[in-house]
Design a protein around this ligand. Structure first.
Ligand code: ZN
Length: 503
């Protein structure tokens, strides 16, 4: 494919996917030539009538032709960061302006909220903001556990983050533009080697609890229609009464989406604490399928159906037709939890003035009712558990040591890419009976592998893939159990009841 052919094909792609209209093709093609730093040949004419509208060359191939040419001519270097900056710049020539996208979104919303999000999600993929061909390489599987079927994914498109680096970022001075990855000022930004290009990102403005917020999709798509809902201002994560009101307001606008917030403290929060945001999407998480273990009732809120969820973490579920009542009760539970200590269960609300208690809230509609899950969290560390008492403990770090944030809490494990290669090596070693303790690259998995071999004496080349997948699922269930503040045993259950009493 020549550059000229690639640009013609790109115009066909843009028209077919409604990024541009037929009348835009000459204009957009000239922009792409400019980005390439090339002059078109004298007889180049990409008017729609001259294009082969039946061409269905995949976008990845078209872009790769343009990227290779730019590399060969030394216009960009061949690193993936440079290539990503460059092809986003190219796709920016075809992506409709923010105001056009917002207008179209509102038109579709008149049809239905689903039609609006369908349009916006498709645009986010077609513009290559979401690199679907890269996401496709992620590994995903369901894993049966006593809490139902959990989702495991090995993400190949996002680097692992160290919890300490995340905490450090919170105190770092913000002097860069855009101040963070979630700031609305990213729209159209050309990017740098240490910050992704955002010519193709589009944001939809929303009013939540009277404030200006925006919705965009996540470029990493951990699950279907994975959206990010962010504050118009760069302000730190904070769980407060207004958070619950905003979640309810979001559900009124998009009742077909789940929406939740990460907690506002390090270790138990997400990877970005510096900019207030929610994450949601059109996906049934395992937690949503989990039933009620024990019904409870809160004084003066007898109209709200409440219960403790059958889940490895400590979750109170509230259901009501009236979102305002849910907000009132959730706020009461939050205030009670912030200052609640239960030394028998190792829960200290604060140490030396540093607060440890917070909540991960998750909201959805269920059978016409508003539903809010409140997950109780505590981020205290000790010498024995320097990464957190209610965090995966040392023996599980070979699978997961990162923060257990909102997405994991809901039952979807996002595991680091390094695991893929390690598991292949591990399977080979198990099958050939090697001593894994002597293989440095997978030594971290040795105790776990020994345990698996003890448990299963039927491992064969045919079933080992499945066995390892199952076992990773069991580790993940265990990870979530470690994060639960009230354990599922007599002492934990009793502690949970006492907290609910105290509310
Ligand atoms: Zn920001």
């Amino acid at each position: 494919m020549t550059v000229r052919e690639a640009i013609e094909k790109l115009m066909v792609y843009g028209i077919r996917n409604e990024l541009i209209e037929a009348a835009d093709s000459i204009y957009a093609a000239n922009h792409v030539y400019d980005v390439m730093g090339l002059e078109p040949e004298y007889d180049f004419n990409p008017a729609a009538g001259n294009l082969d509208m039946n061409d269905v060359t995949p976008l990845e191939e078209i872009l790769s032709c343009l990227l290779d040419d730019a590399c060969d001519r030394g216009r960009i270097d061949s690193g993936v960061a440079s290539r990503d900056l460059f092809d986003t710049r190219i796709m920016g020539c075809l992506t409709p302006r923010p105001s056009d996208v917002i207008k179209k979104f509102h038109e579709k919303y008149q049809e239905s909220p689903e039609a609006a999000t369908d349009y916006f999600y498709k645009l986010s993929k077609d513009s290559d903001y979401i690199r679907t061909y890269r996401i496709k390489k992620d590994r995903k599987w369901p894993a049966a556990t006593r809490y139902g079927s959990l989702d495991i994914t090995i993400n190949l498109s996002k680097p692992e983050k160290d919890p300490k680096a995340i905490a450090a970022a919170l105190s770092r001075k913000q002097e860069q533009y855009p101040m963070c990855l979630l700031c609305p000022t990213n729209t159209g930004y050309a990017g740098r080697l240490d910050h992704p290009a955002r010519q193709t990102i589009r944001l939809i403005p929303l009013k939540l609890d009277g404030a200006d917020w925006f919705m965009q999709y996540s470029p990493y798509v951990y699950y279907n229609e994975h959206c990010i809902v962010l504050s118009g201002e760069h302000v730190p994560m904070k769980i407060e009464k207004a958070t619950f009101r905003r979640l309810m307001d979001f559900l009124k606008l998009f009742p077909h989406y789940t929406i939740g917030s990460n907690a506002d403290l390090p270790i138990v929060g997400g990877s970005i604490l510096t900019h207030e945001h929610f994450q949601g999407g059109r996906y049934e998480f395992a937690m949503e399928r989990a039933g009620i273990r024990e019904k409870v009732s809160f004084k003066e809120f007898e109209d709200i159906e409440a219960g403790i969820v059958e889940w490895p973490m400590s979750v109170i579920r509230l259901d009501s037709a009236d979102p305002d009542r849910i907000v009132e009760l959730a706020d009461k539970i939050l205030s009670a939890w912030r200052s609640y200590s239960d030394t028998d269960n190792d829960i200290y609300a604060e140490t030396d003035g540093t607060p440890h208690n917070t909540i991960t809230p998750i909201a959805r509609m269920r059978g016409g009712l508003f539903e809010l899950d409140l997950v109780l969290r505590n981020n205290r560390t000790t010498d024995e558990f320097p990464l957190g008492i209610f965090h995966p403990h040392q023996e599980l770090h070979h699978i997961k040591k990162e923060n257990i944030g909102l997405i994991e809490v809901m039952g979807l494990a996002v595991l680091p890419a390094r695991l893929l290669g390690e598991m292949e090596e591990l399977k080979k070693a198990i099958l050939s009976g090697d001593d894994i303790h002597n293989i440095p690259s997978i030594e971290a998995h040795a105790d776990w592998a020994d345990e698996i071999c003890r448990k299963r004496n039927d491992i064969t080349p045919d079933n080992i893939d499945h066995i390892i997948e199952e076992e990773i699922g069991l580790v993940f269930a265990n990870v979530l159990e470690h994060c639960g503040v009230f354990k599922d045993n007599e002492q934990g259950r009793e502690g949970f009841r006492m907290f609910i009493q105290s509310v």
